[in-house]
Design a protein around this ligand. Sequence first.
Ligand code: MRU
Length: 364
Amino acid sequence: MKVRIDGVTRDFRTLWREGKTVKMINQRKLPHKFEIYSTNSYIETAEAIRSMTLRGAGAIGVAGAYGIAQAALEFAESSVEEFEVKIRDAAAILVKTRPTAVNLANAVSRCLSVAGKGIVAERVKRIVNEADAIAEEDLESSRRIGDYGSQLIQDGSRLLTHCNAGALAFIDYGTALSPIRFAHVQGKEIFVFVDETRPRCQGSKLTSWELKQEGIQHAVIVDNAAGYFMRKGEIDMVIVGADRIAANGDVANKIGTYEKAVLARENGIPFYVAAPRMTFDLECSTGDEIVIEERDTEEVLSIWGEDENQAILKVYITPRDTPALNPSFDVTPAKYITGFITEVGIIKSPYRENIAKKLSRRLV
Ligand code: MRU
């Protein structure tokens, strides 16, 4: 993605690997500060995923793969028996950090499955190569999603998106935002309504930052405003990303997605989900089987922002110790989804049949 820093435009990936170090854009600091954060061990990478220094299904998938690569490099001097035990423990630690987005579990499991047998040095090499391949695939699938998805966007379209499924949620481009970027580059006049996405405000902090970097017209709206704009006929299409898609097409995505889908149906607006193959979990028959991450209620009770002196601080917005509930995702039933924008094309209903047909290659 293009990032303008002090008047100079540079290209960045959301995360990348330099030997045993993983570097990432620090998403806890955006949009106020642009900083690169480094992890030097798989434990530090696991903590970066847990604390949401980087977040988004694709990005945490690649971070999981890089984390396993770091672990493999760390254990390179171990005996075969030790290596096998240690690498499995490292995988369990990484996968546990965030349970809903299946990209993480899929990526870690892919790295383990290529390790194979034989001497440790060879296993390490295969794991590291696989992690790098997963990162490149993530980039390529986002590009293809952009290409396919942009064909659905008309000149003059007004779109709504929820949370951040942009470049920052992947290596680059993203899923929901990739068709929007492609449509913009193709010269289509578009406007994006950006849900703020409480409690962590990925919409107002990250999606708005990305759209500004790209010069795409947009406005942040509070989470409760989507119905208002839909009813006034100001939204032509909704595109969101996904964290896990069940075999029947039910979609787990950021909390609040479900209600946007119901509102879109009520108002006759197409509702698309953009996601790569890595986000489909064919072992999960319906959305009822998806584990929903519950996060710290501090996220609901407080908010982070920048004051007028540009100091980043946290303020409480409720009485202290107020009880709160913080499910991080919800499940949108497949019946509300107009289609899936994937790297192999648009998937339409009947979903169970068409998802299986289009994504027949094994995921893990
Ligand atoms: O908690 P996050 O920020 O990791 O969740 C990300 C989302 O839920 C996004 O909505 C997105 O669509 C999935 S990531 C592409």
